[in-house]
Design a protein around this ligand. Sequence first.
Ligand SMILES: [Zn+2]
Length: 174
Amino acid sequence: MVLKVKTTKRPASQVKRGAVVYVGGRPSVFTGVLHEGIVSVHDKLTNKARYLEPGTLLEVPYKTRKRKPRKAKKILLWKPSTATNPRKVQGVYLIHFKQPYKHALHYIGYADDLAARFAEHAKGKGSRLLEVLKMNGIDFEIVRVWKGKTRTFERQLKNRKNASKLCPICQRKH
Ligand SMILES: [Zn+2]
């Protein structure tokens, strides 16, 4: 049975020792040994060494030239902090106080894990101001949440200084 092998011609200097090459269509092992300026291959059929003239191009099977398949790069669609826990939802939120505290009636906050932060706030933790409210017996509630928003957005809201316009409870009173 004759196996047709697709080959490409390459100079001996580019072939690794031990690689299977085809010389005149015959499979040989490239021994690469210089013998009086001549490179040798080991003919697999006759099991004998063959000597090649310097500059002879060796026929190398295509597959030996094939590149290793590249490993697929992991693509992170989220920031690492959220990638580790996909249930985490970041966002900005607005808290309305049942009574004003030192003229303040709202609190705007940002959290990278809203659920965890709300659980803290329920215990009166996670914000010094809310802690003080709790100590003064002032109730508060989360009235609005902007899921996916960042600290930049939190800053923008705070700079507007009109939280009551964002607050559904205060808007209802008007
Ligand atoms: Zn309000």
